[in-house]
Design a protein around this ligand. Structure first.
Ligand code: ZN
Ligand code: ZN
Length: 273
């Protein structure tokens, strides 16, 4: 049973719907031991400054609530950094990620060439979904080669949520020429991947990434993944963690990773299996 949720957004994120204290209370009701907030910082993506957390306000509120709920639940300070293979964004994160005492840093790709696949017009630039997916994975490979200071790569096939065909025709083999170097780069840099359970509630029948990516990461010697719901509201916290645990088992893992103070710890999955 997974009793930690290490990918959470509150109203400190532009798209968050529940405030931090409500989420902490909900986590206690769910019986979770540890939660890590990972608010968005997608610096350089939106000219209006959205999706860049007010880090000082976030930090101060989190530490206030961490103290208040101490002994009832462990609350960790994380960030989801939106990586792009651009020098000025790299330089920005190099300073930023060192400047704050994060417990856990997720590196994520939310855009390709600074365009967001969340908007259907994004796909007009590509012949088909596969071409767009390939461009996304290629940019993740660039990020994996460029960035060093993070712990886990978030939702590695995030773009599959948005294609017209979603993950219906996804196969690992189709993209192995870019996914293999991507996974090998992450492994050689000692990085986890994340099993993000949001894919289940988006009716993909899989977490993000697809189980075949998790299996291959394991086969290549990857560390136990981190696990998060990517909830933006109380009702999605720890959602489908039983299914996420099953995916980890099927991929060959009996444990998962969490980070505190940037140190990795392994916890047993311990589900009925
Ligand atoms: Zn994300
Ligand atoms: Zn997220």
């Amino acid at each position: 049973m997974i009793k930690t949720d290490c990918h959470l957004h509150s109203t400190f994120s532009t798209d968050g719907h529940s405030d931090m204290e409500s989420e902490i209370n909900h986590a206690i009701e769910l019986g979770l031991d540890t939660i890590c907030f990972t608010e968005h910082n997608d610096y350089g993506t939106n000219a209006d400054g959205s999706f860049v957390v007010d880090i000082r306000a976030y930090h101060d509120k989190l530490y206030q609530l961490k103290e208040k709920y101490s002994g009832r639940i462990e609350v960790l300070f994380g960030i989801e950094a939106g990586f792009q293979p651009t020098d000025h964004i790299y330089d920005y994160f190099k300073g930023y990620l060192k400047a704050w005492d994060f417990d856990f840093i997720i590196g994520s790709s939310h855009v390709v060439k600074n365009k967001d696949p969340y908007f259907p017009v994004f796909f007009d630039d590509y012949a088909d979904d596969d071409a767009a997916y390939r461009a996304y994975f290629e940019e993740e490979l660039e990020n994996a080669r460029m960035y060093e200071n993070y712990d886990s790569y978030g939702h590695l096939d995030y773009i599959l949520r948005y294609g017209k065909t979603r993950n219906k025709y996804f196969t690992y083999e189709k993209f192995a020429d870019v996914l293999d170097p991507l996974l090998k780069t992450l492994i050689s840099h000692g990085k986890c991947i994340e099993v993000n359970s949001a894919g289940f509630r988006k009716d993909m029948g899989n977490p993000n990434p697809h189980i075949d990516i998790v299996k291959r990461y394991h086969e290549l010697g990857g560390l136990p993944p981190t696990v998060g719901s990517d909830a933006h509201a109380c009702e999605d916290m720890a959602a489908d963690f039983d299914k996420a645990a099953q995916v980890l088992f099927e991929a060959g893992y009996d444990s998962y990773s969490i980070f505190k103070g940037r140190r990795r710890y392994e916890l047993k999955l311990k589900t009925s299996c």
